[in-house]
Write a protein that binds this ligand. Structure first.
Ligand SMILES: *Cc1c(COP(=O)(O)O)cnc(C)c1O
Length: 366
């Protein structure tokens, strides 16, 4: 008997690609996922260990479903008057975005994004049968208020995704563009603030009180440095979030996850203390790339988007072959590199220089 046919609309959808665990490559520099290069350590690590141990002691019981302690801690962390009933946590913000589109997207509905942007927005639209419409960013990778208004008029979306700052380009969001999108009242506006802790602009959670259709997506995977624990959350009005309980599976957050996340929030200061150092390394990387003849997009994040001036897929493959993982997102010529530890960044720069000075290489000379 052959395997059954896949759902028609999923046949051409490819899985989200990252380096598989089974990869034979042992990376020297892990600069492809925008993670924190700093593992928990010292008192912070001890607190996470103790939290995990407490969770294990009640592992016979299903998790708490109200998640009040976690929602309260996330609300406090978010600030801007956000209350616990305005927080929806999940296993990474990707899961919470899936919950959102399961409720507010779906067949017959359209989601609009501005590319190049975070590919999971499109992927989650595909998974939920939501039509995806994409408008292009300008040459500076920004979205002008006029371009946003025109795209909304053209596509009449039910959901608009804005990434602030944007992944993979690092670009901040023009506040005037957000005003235009909110003013158009397209239905649901998703503001993905995965990198907000690195951003000079800060969170726009202040807008939630006035805009019932706005939802902000946040994560503990980036500046917080616990990508492996899988915690993200949405912030929105309680009325917008309440229907998500219909689509979330029961007990979706494990006792372990909740306990460790709470401990991580108590030690937020330790994780966030790394941010200035990461930003300083970003500026060092930016300078070195620019000196080597690469155009680098302005970044308000912990990563840089740069022009290889050649076949970016080939450069990414050459880097990977030498143990340096960066991300090729299919934007011709350009690659995204995460800011790693100073040692990882040095390896990246050294290997990129090697690749670019191999005879006949099309990289700019350094
Ligand atoms: C990394 C990232 C996320 C976070 O995903 P998690 O599921 O929370 O790990 C969300 N949005 C964007 C734009 C990201 O780059």
């Amino acid at each position: 008997m052959p395997p059954p046919p896949v759902r028609d609309d999923l046949r051409t959808t490819r899985p989200y690609v990252t380096v598989p665990f089974s990869s034979p490559i042992r990376p020297l520099a892990h600069l492809n996922n925008n993670e924190s290069p700093h593992p928990p350590s010292g008192r912070h690590l001890a607190a996470l260990r103790a939290a995990a141990a407490r969770a294990l002691a009640t592992a016979n019981r299903y998790p708490d479903t109200g998640l009040l302690a976690l929602r309260t801690a996330l609300a406090e962390y978010t600030g801007h008057g956000v209350r616990a009933d305005m927080v929806w946590p999940g296993n990474g913000s990707n899961e919470t975005l899936l919950h959102l589109l399961q409720v507010y997207g779906g067949p017959g509905r359209t989601a609009l994004g501005f590319g190049p942007t975070y590919s999971m927005h499109r992927q989650i639209a595909a998974i939920t049968g939501t039509r995806w419409a994409q408008a292009d960013r300008g040459p500076d990778f920004g979205v002008s208020p006029a371009a946003a208004g025109a795209a909304i008029d053209r596509h009449r979306p039910d959901v608009v995704f804005l990434c602030a700052p944007n992944n993979p380009t690092g670009t901040p969001l023009d506040p005037a563009t957000l005003d235009v999108v909110l003013g158009a009242e397209p239905g649901l506006v998703v503001l993905d603030e995965a990198y907000v802790e690195f951003s000079a602009a800060g969170s726009r959670a202040d807008l939630l009180a006035r805009h019932q259709g706005l939802v902000i997506a946040r994560t503990m995977s980036k500046a917080f440095g616990i990508a492996g624990i899988r915690v993200g959350f949405l912030v929105a009005s309680p009325d917008l979030l309440a229907p998500l309980r219909v689509v979330a599976l029961p007990y979706h957050l494990s006792t372990l996850t909740v306990s460790v996340a709470l401990a991580a929030l108590e030690h937020a200061g330790e994780s966030l203390a790394h941010v200035p150092g990461i930003l300083a390394e970003r500026e060092r990387l930016r300078g070195a790339l620019a000196d080597a003849g690469h155009a680098v997009a302005p970044s308000d994040t912990n990563f840089l988007f740069f022009d290889t001036n050649t076949d970016s897929a080939a450069v990414a493959a050459e880097l990977a072959g030498r143990g340096v993982l960066v991300r090729d997102l299919g934007h011709a010529g350009w690659l995204r590199v995460s800011v790693g530890s100073p040692e990882e960044n040095d390896v990246f720069l050294k290997v990129l220089t090697e690749i670019c000075t191999i005879g006949g290489s099309p990289c700019p000379s350094v």
